[in-house]
Structure formats: structure tokens, C-alpha cells
Design a protein around this ligand. Structure first.
Ligand code: MTE
Length: 321
């Protein structure tokens, strides 16, 4: 059967204006025109302040993986962040992550693979054609965003590094440098931040190795220079600023699972039917939709990506949450 996954119209590379740049620019101009951009959001200007260390990164839009939802504004996506290495408040990372040095940067790839290697970000960028995909990301705290990510399926990397037959899981380790990251001194987690996927979850075409967003390289607060995005799982599975990817035979211990196993399971699928021990997961607040008349949205099973359900057939998702 023909795989229509990469079925793009083939514009000349020079003709490609990343959809996200157009959308973000349009939103920016609309906000200016209708006067909803406040003095403070202007001083936090998306284009001036939040992009100081980013570069344009063009990619072909993946029409199959473009959510119908309205994209979150660039300003919201870059000023409302969870990145505990840079502080506990949502507004902290936009300020404190500015000093993160993302160049040079390498990612160690090892464990159960035929040829362990270390790749710099430029090599990672060349590993496969870059795509732009509009994905929802839901946080276990009950809010969600819709972000145009730039990268490619993580399966492209798996294919290139040839895992051994023992590779059953993938562990992601992120940078923990107390000199650059003020939050690493805190006891909120046992650093470094680590996360993990089963190999078939990692191989699912939706799982994305991400180097950019909104047509440019990642901002530091969103996990520059490289992160993972798993759109059907709670945001905490989407580890930022990766330094190591290790293929393992045993399930890796993840940072959240270690700190609160009864609250943050290994699978962490978005599942409105399984409550977090301290709150319901049935609804969510879409960032940017706040306001008196905006109702919370009903959360969708697997965050609205039903194609992943077969990965969990036969599993009791209350037990394996
Ligand atoms: N990665 C690292 N290294 N440190 C973190 O604190 N927070 C996670 C995830 N990845 C986190 C991380 C959580 S809880 C969420 S919801 C998402 O990043 C938020 O991603 P965003 O700020 O790009 O929206």
C-alpha cells in the first residue's frame, strides 16, 4: 500500500513560506489592529525579545498532521512555559532561560544500538527533511496549546542508528547545568530531567524530534536546541533540551515517576477517564481562550489522536496510567 504520509504538493523550496510564520505574523498584525496587544505584551514582543537567539527554519507543512485547531499565539507559547530547570512559575523560563548556551550542543545516542554516536545539532537537522506539524500539547495541569512544531518523526533517527534486538525502550535525558539553570538547585525533581517511551511509542510517526517552532529554531524556554514532542501524552513526556538518547532493555526511570509515582505514570497518555489523584482530567483550558464566556474544553482520549490506540490494545489504562 502506498504510504501517503509524506504526500506533499511539491513547491520549489524558495516558494515555501512556513505556514506558521504566516499565521504568527497574521495574528501579530491582527492583535495590533484590534488593539488586544497590551503594552506589556508589546514589551514582551514576540518578535523582538522572544526570538533574540532564534534563526529562521523553513519546513514543508505536513498536511496530514495539521490539527484543525487555531494555533496558540507565539507570545503565549513562549511566555507560558513549564521548564523547571529555569524556575517554577510559567513566566520564569522566558526570562531566565535567555542565558542558556545552545551552541555548540551535542546529543549522545547510545545503549542498545549497533553504533553509538554523538551528533551535533547541525547534523541532527540534516538527518531527515524538516516538516512543520500543528500539534496539540496538553499538560497534566489541565491546560493545552496548539503549536506548529518543526522537526521530523523520531522514527527517522531510530532507522538510522539501528537499534539491537534488545532495544525495548528509549530514555531521554536533558541538560542539568546548575551554572546555567537556576532551578537545578531546587529539590522539585531529582535532576537531570529524564523521560522515557516504549520503543513502539517512540517509533510511532506522530512522535517528533523537534528543533523549531513557528518557522524558526526553538526558543530556549521551549527546549532549544532539540526536544521531543509526543502529542498524545501529557506535556511532561515531551522533554526539552536533550543531551542524551539511550536505548534500553528495561523501562527507564523517569524524573516525574520517581518523584511522584502515584501521580505521573510511565505511560502518561492523555486520558480524560483517569483522574489525576488531586484533580479531574476530563476538561482542559486552551491557553489564549481565557475569559468570562469561554468554557473549558472536554479533553479527548489520546488528546484527539485515536490512531495511537492500537499501541495500548489489551492494556488496562487505569492501571498503566
Ligand atoms: N523538559 C524539561 N527538561 N524540564 C521541564 O520542566 N516540563 C515538561 C515538558 N518538558 C519540562 C520539560 C512539561 S510539564 C510540559 S507541560 C512541557 O515541557 C511544556 O512545554 P512548553 O513550555 O514548550 O509548552
Amino acid at each position: 500500500m502506498k504510504n501517503n504520509f509524506y504526500r506533499f504538493q511539491e513547491p520549489a523550496p524558495s516558494e515555501i513560506t512556513p505556514q506558521s510564520i504566516a499565521t504568527a505574523r497574521r495574528q501579530f498584525l491582527q492583535q495590533l489592529a484590534i488593539g488586544t496587544m497590551t503594552a506589556s505584551s508589546l514589551s514582551h514582543s514576540a518578535w523582538a525579545e522572544n526570538t533574540s537567539s532564534t534563526k529562521p527554519l523553513s519546513a514543508r507543512p505536513n498536511m496530514i498532521y495539521t490539527a484543525k485547531d487555531k494555533p496558540t499565539s507565539f507570545t503565549d507559547a513562549t511566555t507560558y512555559n513549564n521548564f523547571y530547570e529555569f524556575g517554577m512559575d510559567k513566566s520564569d523560563p522566558a526570562v531566565t532561560a535567555k542565558s542558556l548556551k545552545t551552541h555548540p550542543w551535542t546529543v549522545q545516542i547510545d545503549g542498545e544500538i549497533k553504533k553509538p554516536l554523538t551528533l551535533d545539532v547541525d547534523s541532527l537537522l540534516k538527518l531527515a527533511p524538516l516538516e512543520e506539524r500543528l500539534y496539540r500539547l496538553r499538560c497534566v495541569e489541565g491546560w493545552s496549546m496548539v503549536i506548529p512544531w518543526v522537526g521530523f518523526s523520531f522514527s527517522e533517527l531510530i532507522r538510522k542508528i539501528e537499534p539491537t534486538g534488545n532495544a525495548k525502550y528509549v530514555e531521554f535525558t536533558t541538560l542539568a547545568d546548575p551554572k546555567q539553570m537556576p532551578g537545578v538547585g531546587s529539590r522539585v525533581l531529582n535532576w537531570p530531567y529524564t523521560e522515557g517511551l516504549r520503543i513502539d511509542e517512540a517509533n510511532h510517526p506522530l512522535t517528533m524530534l523537534v528543533m523549531g517552532m513557528y518557522g524558526q529554531t526553538l526558543t530556549n524556554q521551549n527546549g532549544a536546541p532539540v526536544r521531543i514532542i509526543v502529542p498524545w501524552k501529557y506535556g511532561f513526556k515531551s522533554a526539552k533540551s536533550l543531551v542524551r538518547i539511550r536505548f534500553t532493555e528495561k523501562p527507564p526511570i523517569t524524573a516525574w515517576n520517581r518523584s511522584a509515582p502515584e501521580e505521573y505514570g510511565f505511560y502518561a497518555n492523555v486520558n480524560p477517564e483517569v483522574d489525576h489523584p488531586r484533580w479531574s482530567q476530563a476538561t482542559e483550558r486552551r491557553i489564549g481562550e481565557d475569559g468570562l464566556f469561554n468554557k473549558k474544553r472536554a479533553t479527548m482520549m489520546f488528546n484527539g489522536y485515536p490512531e495511537v490506540a492500537s499501541l495500548y490494545s489489551g492494556m488496562n489504562l487505569r492501571k498503566f496510567y
